[in-house]
Design a protein around this ligand. Sequence first.
Ligand code: SF4
Length: 452
Amino acid sequence: MYNIYLEENKLKYELNELVKMFLKPSEFQLVGEEEKHAAQITVEGISDKNRAKRFLFDRLREITDKKPDWGTLTGVRPAKLAMEHFRQGHTPDEVRSILKETYYLSDEKTELLVELCLLQREILKDCDPDAVGIYAGIPFCPTRCVYCSFTSNQVKYEKIPPYLRALEKEIDFVGQHLKNIGRKAESIYIGGGTPTTLNPQDLDQLICRLQSTIDVSGLREFTVEAGRPDTITEEKLRVIKDRGVDRISINPQSMKQRTLDLIGRSHTPEEIVKAFRKAKEVEIPVINADLITGLPEETPEDFDHTLQQIIELAPENITVHTLAVKRASRLIEQDADYHYRQGEVVRQMLAIASQRLRQAGYHPYYMYRQKHMSGNFENVGWCKPKTESIYNIRIMEEDQTIVAMGAGGISKMYYPAENRLERIPNVSNYEIYIERIDEMIERKRKGITSPY
Ligand code: SF4
């Protein structure tokens, strides 16, 4: 057990997060001023944040012999930080030096960030600066995954239509309000939960409602998350295609039956293959596949096997997530140290992903991190050229207003002059959302404003 003394100041929280990158909660304790003489590490008298973090990193490295790839970065958006340095006018080489020297990033993560920033600058260069992203949430899934920490309810279908009526009310308001203040949609994303839990008629009605009320004259992308293969039917895919939705996400997570059973998914690998084939037949332009590294009992060979099967199905996008064991999940109740033990396995899986995906013609286009990720690694979106999802880039860069509707949606109003975001949350319980829909609308009336 290590004793660590962190001076009481505004840096303490972030420094504590950095300690957790090296040590499990059971391996250290923070001690107070009176016990600091017995501490193996003492951080005090350093007011500069980055200097304090480097100092602590060096001490932790000495005692643990570990060197986390993301260096001193504890936040969830490293690409946003790198982009800030590009915006300040630094060259790629200067950004590389800053990432390595100021934040101690590994060579590999430095190159990943520089590659992403250069690509994203290119993609975003001709965008309408006043356009917004639109999100509509369907907080229902057939079963609950063991790692789930999202708004996801398992209900009889009769509970869903009242929710859709409330959501339509919010969509109608948002559509009119955005037109009144002169803002168009750049992208629309129907997420969840699992939107394809809806029957074909309800799905059709929802897509139409969004397209008819919101100004879509400048729309660049429309995604429907078709997450669970067991909810995908040909009829729903045809609705999606016929309405002009150009991107779906099918989320296999793994192609190993034992893993699917362990994580609480009620479908088979064969159903995954069928869903992809159907989506290709229907000619949805861009299909994304979500995979997860670090799933229970999986070896690097299992992951490699999954990845090869998915590459064969030829989705345009493949997003490789690292399992994050969050507080609200069942997995953390079963095994609190899970993500600490998975570090080495995940490292190998991510190396396999990078090698195989580049070989198959994919490149990375966005990334983010979450708390409690196995081995403190990252999620990376890979894609075939010219199929990058603009919504995904925007949500991680936080450089655009995103209007989120439905239970659990958190809208983010972006003020470019101050490079500042203001959050406008909806309640996350779907029944309370229905009851308080007028209040959710009122929050948006006040919070979503004209860009001028
Ligand atoms: S599909 Fe997604 S939202 Fe639904 S239970 Fe699984 S992790 Fe949660």
